[in-house]
Design a protein around this ligand. Structure first.
Ligand code: FAD
Length: 300
């Protein structure tokens, strides 16, 4: 790994850190140490790094804001790449945006709303980067990334390729990026003029108010823990097995929203996984439903 670090620094490809943990890079603040964190300063330099790194034995993981990630308590033996230090977030011409993977989607929602464009209001409450949001097909309040994404430039085993929206196999919190391990380098979005002046900002304010009321956003968490099974709500199933507020050490089912598991300070990944296992077991027993974890589990 010393030579990987040397390659990055000698070629001025960005920053590297050797003293970080997944607690530093995830919103739930759980997880073990990371051998090397690399923060590219440009997409071109990331591609130079990738060309050099891809033949090595070490694992690679791309992290956004870590708002949907649970990492194990074990040390991660590879490189975690964060695009949060890129030299540019996005460019905009009218209602069209070209965004880079480290750009916060909240920023897009607000900037576009201030410029008089709508349909992106749902993004304002999602603590995601563009890369993580495209990968997860993030969505809320009736909107999803797939509704505003035109195309994306992705890196896969065959190199860099531009995919149109229809080629990305989007469905509920799923995308082709997941099934093929593609890395998002750039995403083009199209917004629409808002219905009347100020309506996009007004809608953002309403959605955020509602979110504060219904979700434990003030707690350490990673969003909804389970996918909603077809025609059902995961939170209702968890509620009905009596698990609202249930704790395993410092890991707890949020008393505010039963599909949010929270870290009350000092929870381990092991605590989280025990709680997830118990919920799945009880829901299966009671309703014969297999809950599927929405979180991305890393290094287990
Ligand atoms: C308080 C709270 C509220 C939330 N509300 C919502 C909500 O309303 N709707 C919703 O959909 N989600 C919600 N989430 C979950 C989360 O914000 C989304 O899943 C989001 O898309 C994750 O984005 P991220 O940038 O943090 O990605 P991360 O969590 O860091 O990563 C998620 C996955 O994306 C991959 N990834 C990240 N960047 C790239 C890239 N450039 N290329 C390829 N893969 C990449 C990672 O490898 C990982 O597999 C919420 C989370 C929290 C904490």
């Amino acid at each position: 790994m010393t030579e990987v670090k040397k390659f990055i620094l000698d070629n001025r490809l960005g920053k590297v850190f050797e003293d970080k943990t997944f607690r530093d890079y995830t919103t739930i603040k759980v997880g073990g140490r990371i051998r090397l964190v690399y923060m590219p300063n440009s997409i071109d330099n990331f591609l130079r790094f990738y060309e050099y790194f891809r033949t090595r034995e070490f694992p690679l993981f791309i992290i956004g804001f870590g708002s949907n990630v649970l990492a194990s308590d074990r040390d991660f033996p590879g490189v975690v790449v964060s695009f949060r230090d890129l030299d540019v977030l996005y460019f905009r011409i009218g209602n069209r945006v070209k965004a880079y993977p480290g750009c916060p989607v909240v920023r897009l929602a607000y900037d576009l709303a201030r410029a008089g464009y709508g349909v992106g209001e749902f993004l304002a409450g999602i603590p995601a980067t563009v890369g993580g949001a495209v990968y997860m097909n993030a969505g809320a309040n009736g909107g999803e990334i797939k509704d505003i994404l035109v195309r994306a430039r992705l890196l896969g085993s065959a190199g860099v390729k531009t995919y149109e929206n229809a080629e990305l196999d989007f469905s509920y919190r799923k995308s082709r990026l997941q099934s093929e391990g593609l890395i998002c380098l750039e995403a083009d979005f199209e917004f629409e003029p808002e219905a009347e002046p100020g309506s996009a900002l007004k809608r953002i304010a309403e959605l955020k108010k509602n979110r504060r009321k219904t979700q434990p956003i003030e707690k350490l968490c990673a969003g909804c823990t389970f996918h909603n099974p077809p025609g059902m709500y995961a939170w209702q199933l968890i509620d009905r097995i009596g698990f609202r507020g249930y704790q395993v050490n410092k890991a707890q089912v949020s008393p505010k929203h039963a599909n949010f598991l929270i870290n009350n300070g000092g929870a381990t990944s092991d605590d989280m996984m025990k709680l997830i296992g118990l919920i799945k077991e009880k829901v299966k027993e009671r309703f014969d439903v297999d809950l599927e974890c929405e979180w991305v589990l890393v290094n287990f």
